[in-house]
Design a binder for this molecule. Structure first.
Ligand code: 2M8
Length: 418
């Protein structure tokens, strides 16, 4: 075992609580939804039982209606805002946040199944994954094809410049009566430059307080929430999740169910191609349902559409050109965003992230773009080897940013290095 591999295993062990792994002991001390999915992918190489348990615990936090929350507060912890009291959400079993995150747990469950060949695990997962993806279709889709989220935190790319026009479209005081709060994430002067701004946070908190005031009632929120966004990243992962669920059903011999989810994937892909493609930018973009407009930003999120095999061959040609010209022109692939106000060090406004690189490389291989996928993986491994398991990285200098000993960076290293 190399030193880095040993370190990755040690980080995942350190960050492990009872049945789940926290993203970081300094910044994120609870279970996070899509973090656990990436963590399970890595754990499958070193501890199959822990990989399966990671996903089981996440699904234990699923709401009766099928929503899997962004955060599950399984145990008390200090140092994170907003905590369970702020959300006032959850089930009889566990307090949670009131929003979700991209349904990466389905592709992760398929991966874990493929590594472990554990049919009992697959059969246990199937009804739960089905319930979750059905929730997206039933509760979070206007047209039955693309799906929407109602908070920037639900997209996983919290302060992406794509959300700015939507966040500018409302006054936080109009949707929440009390806007007092204290951030806990800026634990050092450096981190202040690397985390979202107060302007962003005011709007994040107002959206949480609006949801809480309405008891997280989906139908009421659909009427009044100013942030109803068909996020391209969530939709790409959703499409892939439908395909992966279909594959799991097919393996279990349930052809009717496999067909149902294959059809959903095709239908959602078609919706994305029709509404989310931007020919001028050469990428897919997100869509603001409240103001009925495309959020025209060149974010790596649009490129990740390859993970769901969303681009047609023609669209892929344009997207690849965009990727080469605008995203690979840095020492380290792949910046999370390129364009005005790009910030190499600030969160989802420019830095390179390992989970996005992993999704992108996986999708590029599906299109046969092996060299580009290799470049992204090699850069990622170099960043992790040189800087350690940081949360994100400056794409020009390679400097590590955000928290250290970050779980999904360690987990995906194990996947790439195995
Ligand atoms: C970041 O988001 C959380 C809120 O969910 C935060 O800033 O407090 C994002 O990078 C998100 O994608 C990630 O899941 C989470 C935990 O790693 O941190």
């Amino acid at each position: 075992m190399t030193d880095r591999r040993e370190q990755a295993v040690a980080i995942l062990r350190e960050n492990r609580h009872e049945g789940y792994t926290i993203p970081s002991s300094t910044l994120y001390p609870y279970q996070w939804n899509w973090d656990s999915a990436f963590i399970a992918v890595g754990l499958a190489h070193v501890d199959e039982a822990a990989a399966k348990q990671e996903l089981r615990t996440l699904l234990d936090a699923m709401w009766p209606n099928g929503m899997v929350p962004q955060i599950a507060f399984w145990a008390d912890a200090e140092g994170y805002f907003p905590g369970p009291d702020e959300w006032e959400a959850g089930t009889d079993e566990v307090a949670t946040s009131g929003i979700t995150q991209p349904p990466m747990l389905v592709p992760a469950a398929r991966r874990v199944y493929e590594v472990t060949s554990d049919d009992a695990f697959r059969d246990e997962m199937l009804p739960l994954l089905d319930q979750h993806l059905s929730w997206w279709v039933d509760e979070r889709s206007f047209d039955g094809d693309t799906v929407y989220v109602r908070h920037p935190w639900a997209t996983g790319m919290d302060d992406s410049p794509a959300w700015v026009p939507v966040l500018e479209s409302f006054d936080p005081a109009d949707i929440a009566t009390n806007l007092d709060y204290a951030r806990k994430d800026r634990k050092s002067a450096d981190l202040s430059e690397q985390r979202p701004t107060d302007w962003d946070y005011d709007r994040y908190v107002a959206l949480v307080r609006q949801g809480k005031a309405l008891d997280w009632d989906e139908s009421r929120l659909r009427e009044v929430c100013p942030f109803l966004v068909e996020d391209v990243l969530t939709n790409s992962i959703f499409v892939r999740a439908c395909d992966d669920l279909a594959a799991l059903y097919a393996g279990a011999g349930d052809e009717a169910k496999a067909d149902e989810w294959r059809r959903q994937a095709e239908h959602s892909r078609a919706g994305m191609r029709e509404r989310l493609w931007d020919e001028e930018l050469g990428t897919f973009v997100s869509y603001d349902r409240v103001n009925d407009r495309k959020l025209r930003v060149n974010s790596v999120a649009g490129l990740v559409s390859v993970f769901g095999e969303v681009p047609t061959n023609e669209q892929f040609g344009r997207l690849r050109e965009n990727l080469r010209e605008n995203f690979l022109d840095y020492d380290y692939a792949c910046p999370s965003y390129v364009g005005p106000d790009m910030d190499y060090d600030r969160y989802w406004r420019g830095p390179a992230w390992m989970n996005v690189n992993w999704l992108l490389a996986d999708g590029l291989r599906r299109y046969g773009a092996v060299d580009t996928a290799d470049r992204i993986e090699e850069d990622s491994l170099e960043l992790l080897e040189e800087e350690g398991f940081r949360e994100y990285f400056n794409p020009e200098t390679g400097a590590g940013r955000g928290s250290d000993r970050f779980s999904w960076s360690a987990a995906l290293y194990l996947d790439w290095a195995s």
